[in-house]
Design a protein around this ligand. Structure first.
Ligand code: GUN
Length: 260
């Protein structure tokens, strides 16, 4: 970073948040904080709930053209009256540090990409850190969202893992998860993965961020019981979340270098 600054290049990230979703607010604050800590430039656009599609698209176009902004992140989910797909399609793929634009999604599919999606790429770093070789391993991803489940499966496949994606219509979910060497839980349901579903020694990655009635944050995995049998397990909070932000920072840096 020091070197970049000497060359007069400060990576710039624009974060757009629409409405008052409390979880989104926390995520956006963490992203801004990370930029500040790394000496990157960031701009926040906190728009009211009633923002129209046209207003949001106008902002995206403005940011596409802004020279001091190298990365654009529109925090999802957007309020129901806004069309997420159209908004993402309007972000310049070069500035799409989330890797949500169809051009970037397609590049990931082929294995020839500039940006990796933040949460799955952060998880791949965690898996690398375990020292476990993924070749031929049974990896089960629970959840098929465009943000986590689908790209996660693709990144595991790139490492020659055997990948199964489970979702709400999956039959025998418990049996499938039980044979996994690596489980990635991205369901959005508190304590969904229980000890009886997990093989002894498995790596368990918890992407969940569920708010309980008592206000406490809780993952998709029942940490207390699964941690007794897992080989590795990520906590919530403090596991996957910081890795998501790390990848976002890395993507913003790449974006700045590419747009120089
Ligand atoms: N909502 C939940 N995760 C993400 C993310 O990684 N990027 C954006 N833009 N929105 C999200």
């Amino acid at each position: 970073m020091g070197n970049l600054k000497d060359k007069g290049l400060t990576p710039g990230l624009a974060v757009v948040i629409v409405g008052q979703d409390p979880a989104s607010r926390v995520y956006v604050n963490n992203k801004k904080k990370a930029c500040l800590e790394l000496g990157m430039y960031s701009e926040e656009y906190a728009l009211p709930e009633e923002t129209t599609q046209e207003e949001l698209l106008r902002l995206v176009q403005k940011l596409n053209a802004k020279e001091d902004i190298h990365g654009i992140l529109v925090q999802l989910p957007l309020p129901k009256h806004l069309d997420e797909k159209t908004v993402i399609n309007n972000i310049d793929p070069k500035k799409d540090v989330d890797a949500f634009h169809p051009v970037n999604v397609g590049k990931i599919m082929i294995g020839d990409y500039d940006y990796l999606p933040c949460t799955p790429a952060g998880i791949m770093e965690l898996l690398k850190d375990t020292g476990i070789d993924l070749i031929g391993k049974e990896c089960v991803v629970i959840g098929r969202s465009n943000i986590v489940g689908k790209p996660m499966a693709m990144l595991l496949l790139h490492q020659n893992a055997t990948v199964t994606i489970c979702h709400s219509k999956t039959r025998n979910l418990k049996e499938i998860v039980k044979r996994a060497d690596v489980v990635v839980a991205a369901v959005g349901r508190a304590n969904f993965v229980t000890a009886d579903m997990v093989k002894e020694g498995a790596v368990v990655i918890d992407v969940g961020m569920n708010r309980l009635e008592n206000g406490k944050l809780c993952g998709d995995v029942n940490f207390d019981e699964v941690s007794k049998i897992a080989g590795f397990i990520t906590p919530v909070p403090g596991g996957v979340g910081p890795m998501t932000i790390t990848t976002l920072m890395k993507n913003t840096l790449t974006a700045a270098q590419k747009q120089r």
